[in-house]
Each structure stands twice: as structure tokens, then as C-alpha cells.
Write a protein that binds this ligand. Structure first.
Ligand SMILES: [Zn+2]
Length: 235
């Protein structure tokens, strides 16, 4: 049975474990929330980009329609001029102009067909991107809500844990507490460990005979020769 000092220290260590775990969670929760927020922004951007690509195509289509209308008006003008010209070569020249313009219209029509096909494709892609984004965003928002809730719980639990740690500290001798606190700063948790087969259960190295005997009696602080952790003997 470990000495009373050790038993009190082990109670403190258990409560500090809970406290430190809560503190670690409180530290990581804002980072996790931030990471989910960044994912939401990314999702929104992806959906917006898909929509913008579609908009560009729709604008191109409008431009093409405008250009074709302009060319058609040109043809009407040429045809009206043809009614007024007197010489055959003038008439033929206008015919040539009309053919040229018709060629341009035909090229624009071809382009428009391709643009319309692209619009169909892009529209489907944009709809799918938006749907996926909405779904993903709702997952991230759900995670954020849970994290915020967990943060609230942690803050409440931490308040309690601090009180419990503080009560446990009151039962530990100040000299032991000083060593314990220093170890908490420098050594990986746990800092009060048992001695098993003459080995420190913190660093797993064998300790000297003097330390082993201190650990067995539990009157003096038995510090591991290697890592400095406080040792105690179960027996
Ligand atoms: Zn050790």
C-alpha cells in the first residue's frame, strides 16, 4: 500500500489528468472550428466558381446573339440598297457582301451551338457542385455546432475540475507539491509512477537501490535517477 503522501499525490494526479485533458480540448476546439469554417469558405468558392463559369458562357451566348442580329440588319440594309442600285456590277458587289456576311453568321451559329452544349454541361456541373457544397456545408456546420457545444461543456467541466484539483492539492505536502509541479512542467504525464521490478514505469529504466528503497518506504520523495518522476512501490 503506497504511503498517504503518495495516495494523496495520486488523487491529485488523477484530477489533474482530467483538468489537463479538458484544457487540451479547450485549446484544440477553436482550431477545429476554424478548420471547419475554412472548409465552408472553400465549398462556397467551389460552388461560386462553377456558377461563374456558367455565367461566362451565358454572356458569350448573348454576345453572339447580338453580333448575329447586327449582321442580319446589315443584310437587310444591303438588300434595300440592291433595290436602289442601277448598275449590275453594283448589284453583284452587294451580293458578294451579303454572301460574306452570311458566312460570318454561319460561323457564329456554329459557335453558338457549341456554347449551348457547353452551357448544358456547365449548368449540370454547377448544379451538382452547388448540391454537393450545400451537403458538405451542412456537415461542417453540424460539426461546428457540436464543437461549440463541447466547448461549453468543457468550460463548465473545467471549472469543476479546477476546484477538485485544488482540493486535492490541499492534502499534499508542500515539498512534494513543489517537485510534482516542476515535473508537470518538464516531464510527460504521468509524473507519479509506480516502480515495477525495479524499473520506473515512466521511462522504463532501472533505478538505483537507494531510490528503490525510498520508493518502498514512501517517507522521502523517491525520484527516478533517469527521468526524475516521483516513484512509489505498490507493495
Ligand atoms: Zn524514470
Amino acid at each position: 500500500m503506497p504511503s498517504e503522501q503518495i495516495q494523496n499525490l495520486l488523487i491529485l494526479q488523477d484530477r489533474d489528468r482530467v483538468r489537463m485533458d479538458l484544457e487540451a480540448q479547450l485549446e484544440s476546439i477553436p482550431r477545429e472550428i476554424e478548420s471547419n469554417r475554412r472548409k465552408i469558405v472553400h465549398e462556397e468558392e467551389t460552388a461560386r466558381n462553377a456558377r461563374e463559369e456558367l455565367l461566362k458562357l451565358e454572356n458569350r451566348r448573348k454576345t453572339l446573339e447580338g453580333e448575329m442580329e447586327e449582321l442580319n440588319r446589315k443584310i437587310v440594309r444591303y438588300k434595300n440598297q440592291q433595290l436602289e442600285v442601277k448598275k449590275n456590277e453594283e448589284y453583284q458587289a452587294l451580293n458578294h457582301e451579303i454572301e460574306t456576311v452570311n458566312g460570318k453568321i454561319s460561323a457564329l451559329e456554329d459557335e453558338e451551338i457549341q456554347v449551348l452544349l457547353d452551357i448544358d454541361e456547365r449548368k449540370q456541373a454547377a448544379d451538382e457542385a452547388e448540391k454537393a457544397s450545400r451537403e458538405n456545408i451542412s456537415v461542417y456546420e453540424g460539426r461546428i455546432a457540436k464543437l461549440e457545444e463541447r466547448g461549453e461543456d468543457c468550460r463548465r467541466e473545467l471549472k469543476e475540475a479546477l476546484e477538485r484539483s485544488s482540493k486535492a492539492r490541499a492534502s499534499v505536502d508542500s515539498a512534494w507539491l513543489e517537485v510534482y509541479d516542476r515535473l508537470l512542467e518538464h516531464v510527460r504525464f504521468p509524473v507519479v509512477v509506480s516502480l515495477s521490478e525495479k524499473k520506473c514505469q515512466g521511462c522504463h529504466l532501472k533505478v538505483s537501490a537507494g531510490v528503490e528503497s525510498d520508493a518502498r518506504y514512501g517517507k522521502e520523495i523517491a525520484a527516478c535517477d533517469n527521468c526524475g518522476r516521483i516513484l512509489y512501490s505498490e507493495s
